[in-house]
Design a protein around this ligand. Structure first.
Ligand SMILES: *Cc1c(COP(=O)(O)O)cnc(C)c1O
Length: 228
C-alpha cells in the first residue's frame, strides 16, 4: 500500500497546531522531528519535499548511509542511544543530539566537538518513568550532568528529552511529561539556560504538547504504522 506521506503530514501538523492552541501556546514553538529510523531514502526525500525540516534517526550507522544520499536538505537529530565510539561519526551528521544519557557520553561529545572547534547543542535524556528497559538518567542525576556540561566548553545542554511508556490511553503518561517539564523549570530557576523539551511520539504527542513539548518526535503517524 502506498503511504500518503503528504496527507499524513497535513494531518499531523493540524493536530500539533490544535494541541498548541488549546493549551494557549504558539504552534511555532513546537518543532516536528520526523522519525525515519525504518524509512528508506525515497520516502524521506518525499517528506522533505513536503516541508519536513528535521529528520530524527536513532542509529549512527543507518543515519550515515541515508545522510550520504540525502545530505543537509534537512537538519539531522540523533534521538537514540549513542555509543561513545560512534560520537565522531555522529558529529559529522547530526546538528543536535537529544539522547545524552551519561556524563561519560557528554564528555566524549565535548572532546570530539572541541577537536572540530564546534559547540554541540544536546539534550539530556531522562528516564522519568523508571522503566528498566529505557535509557536515560534518573531524574536525580540530571542536575549533575547539566552542571558538568556547563564546565565543558564545546557542548551546550539546551533541553531535556524523555520517552514515555507505551500505553493505550495517552492521558496515562501525562504525569511523565509534566515531571520532565518540572525538572526543566527547576534548572531554569537555578540559572541554567535549558529551554527545550523533546517529548511526545505518535501515541502521545498531543498530551506532550499540552505539557510543553518543544520537539515532538513522530514516525508512524507520518510514514504509516510500523513495528520497531
Ligand atoms: C521510534 C521513535 C520515535 C517515534 O515513534 P512513533 O511511535 O513511530 O511516532 C520517537 N522517539 C524515539 C526515541 C524513537 O526511537
Amino acid at each position: 500500500m502506498e503511504t500518503d506521506i503528504e496527507k499524513n503530514l497535513v494531518s499531523v501538523r493540524e493536530r500539533i497546531e490544535r494541541a498548541a492552541l488549546r493549551s494557549g501556546r504558539d504552534p511555532s514553538g513546537v518543532r516536528l522531528v520526523a522519525v525515519t529510523k525504518t524509512v528508506g531514502v525515497d520516502l524521506i526525500n518525499r517528506a522533505i519535499d513536503a516541508g519536513v525540516g528535521i529528520i530524527g534517526e536513532n542509529r549512527v550507522k543507518d543515519a550515515k548511509e541515508k545522510f550520504g544520499k540525502i545530505g543537509a536538505r534537512a537538519g539531522w537529530h540523533m534521538i537514540g542511544h549513542l555509543q561513545r565510539n560512534k560520537v565522531r561519526d555522529a558529529l559529522r551528521i547530526f546538528e543536535m543530539i537529544h539522547s545524552v544519557d551519561s556524563l561519560r557520553l557528554a564528555r566524549a561529545i565535548d572532546g570530539e566537538a572541541s577537536g572540530r572547534d564546534i559547540t554541540v547543542p544536546v539534550m539530556v535524556e531522562v528516564n522519568v518513568s523508571g522503566e528498566e528497559t529505557k535509557y536515560g538518567v534518573v531524574p536525580g542525576e540530571v542536575r549533575e550532568i547539566v552542571e558538568a556540561a556547563g564546565r565543558f566548553g564545546n557542548i551546550r545542554v539546551c533541553g531535556l528529552m524523555t520517552m514515555a511508556p507505551f500505553v493505550q490511553d495517552a492521558e496515562e503518561v501525562r504525569p511523565v511529561f509534566r515531571e520532565l517539564r518540572r525538572l526543566r523549570d527547576a534548572l531554569r530557576r537555578s540559572g541554567f539556560d535549558v529551554e527545550y523539551l523533546s517529548m511526545g511520539m505518535t501515541q502521545d504527542f498531543e498530551v506532550a504538547i499540552e505539557e510543553g513539548a518543544t520537539h515532538v518526535r513522530i514516525g508512524s503517524a507520518i510514514f504509516g504504522p510500523r513495528k520497531y
